[in-house]
Write a protein that binds this ligand. Sequence first.
Ligand code: AMP
Length: 276
Amino acid sequence: MKIFSSLDEFIDSKLHIDAFVPTMGNLHNGHLQLVEVAKKNSKNTCVSIYVNESQFTDKKDFDSYPKTLDADIKKLKDTGVDYILIPEKRDIENNSEGFDPVLEPKILTNDLCGKYRKGHFLAVMDIVHRFFQIIKPNIVVLGEKDYQQIVVIKELIKICNHKIRILSCPIIRADSGLALSSRNNLLSEAQKKIASEIYKSLVLASSLYEQDSSPREIEDEINIFFSRSLIELEYFTIRDLKTLQQPNDNDLIALIAGYLGTVRLIDNIIIKSHLR
Ligand code: AMP
């Protein structure tokens, strides 16, 4: 395994990267699953660890984001990853073009999480566009935990004509159902128990759908569910699985975001898919 802390050294090495796994560090089994999938489907794998400040809409959220570089490197070594890239902001900016904001697909980026985190997805498109230019992978491996992010990156690939294929991986959860997330480290054990209500609500939504409830009826039920919870719901909604636009007869996904104390949690569940 080779660690590049200098972007210049990475560029000078002229490596041909097959699979790229972007992360913000504080790695858990959700991230490691992406690495396993990347390894299985490629000739070599590069994992980046970079906390992109501009995609944080709340400075306190950025400041408190858990940083565990030594432990992350050890975990990646154990999975047998080929390359780790830990670049500096200035070097990324000096070696790539930014994403042109005029091209932002606002119908997607200002909706759902983007409605509550202004500028978040534009910053994600910018950093991912820059990484794609620098690393030039054939494959990017992403987690369905950040489902809207996958749809945004799909758009980015289309808009900028990147020759990159997305491999997406299912959400890895704790036994309680809570989706693994770096932000879970900011929760107490008691809060983690409460946070698992998010997954419970998604399972309820899925079973209501099986019992022929309409998306509107399901949304009403879930709002009632959270009216009795310590979790403050930001949104719960059912959308078209492919486009994330309003639901129709196609495949469907339920998406949720909420706050427990100061910690923002997101999750989702596919409730109708012709593939599953
Ligand atoms: P992050 O470090 O939070 O930016 O996440 C890096 C990648 O890991 C993204 O593609 C996430 O969707 C993915 N990821 C994070 N948590 C999970 C999880 N619990 N299950 C699957 N993928 C995840």
